[in-house]
Design a protein around this ligand. Structure first.
Ligand code: TPP
Length: 204
């Protein structure tokens, strides 16, 4: 398979374009957090600073608790690899308002671009992974609506699906490795939680 060519920042910007009070966003730690924040910090974003492996579990709980809202989880391949079982729980619960988008750069980007398990096998001495296919894993867990996005021509459909298609949906987006500026949201987790709850419920 050829190297990914999609750039993550403009793609995430498109995913979040025109986000209103109906859209609840959970961003995985590391690069997805910076991507989502560059698109515009907002109270109804819950960007994670730690809690690796938590975004899909959090998104599922939120989707069940807030059935009239759209919940969008945007996270990385290494984060997703830490909580594969959460995909089976999503399939068991079938939340129709949950979309999961995994930005797969085939690396642990935040910690120095070590190859993740989604890197191809035999990709060179320092870059080889297991060729793990997170879309196949999601499918195998029982999520029926699964897809992989590799080309710019597929992004508009990705955005429509992520924002509005009946869930649960899972999209694996193959993105290139890039060195990008950190764009950081507030760092206090309690503050992020309080402002999210306040924007959603009217009280912290
Ligand atoms: C439990 C735990 N283990 C390890 C880390 C260190 N860590 C922070 S970000 C990260 C890699 C994230 O990679 P990925 O989810 O693929 O996102 P990317 O930055 O590559 O887009 C790691 C290993 C952590 N924060 N928590």
């Amino acid at each position: 398979m050829s190297k990914p060519t999609l750039q993550r920042r403009p793609l995430v910007k498109q995913l979040l374009d025109g986000a209103d009070d109906n859209l609840l966003v959970i961003a995985g730690l590391g690069s997805p957090n910076w991507d989502v924040t560059e698109s515009g910090d907002r109270p109804l974003n819950m960007p994670l600073w730690g809690a690796m492996g938590a975004p899909v579990c959090m998104g599922l709980g939120l989707a069940i608790a807030q059935p009239t809202k759209r919940v969008l989880v945007i996270t990385g391949d290494a984060d997703m690899l830490m909580s594969l079982g959460s995909l089976a729980t999503v399939a068991a619960q079938q939340p129709d308002n949950l979309a999961i988008v995994v930005l797969d750069n085939e690396k642990f980007g935040e910690t120095g671009n070590q190859a993740s398990h989604t890197s191809p096998r035999n990709n060179g001495p320092t870059d080889s992974g297991a060729g793990a296919d997170l879309a196949l894993i999601a499918k195998g867990c029982g999520i029926a609506d699964v897809g992989t996005v590799r080309d710019a021509a597929e992004v508009a459909q990705l955005v429509r699906d992520a924002r509005g298609k009946k869930g649960p949906i899972f999209r694996l987006v193959k993105v290139m490795v890039e060195k990008l500026e950190f764009v950081m949201p507030p760092q206090d987790g309690a503050h992020l939680k309080d402002r999210f709850r306040h924007a959603l419920l009217g009280h912290p």
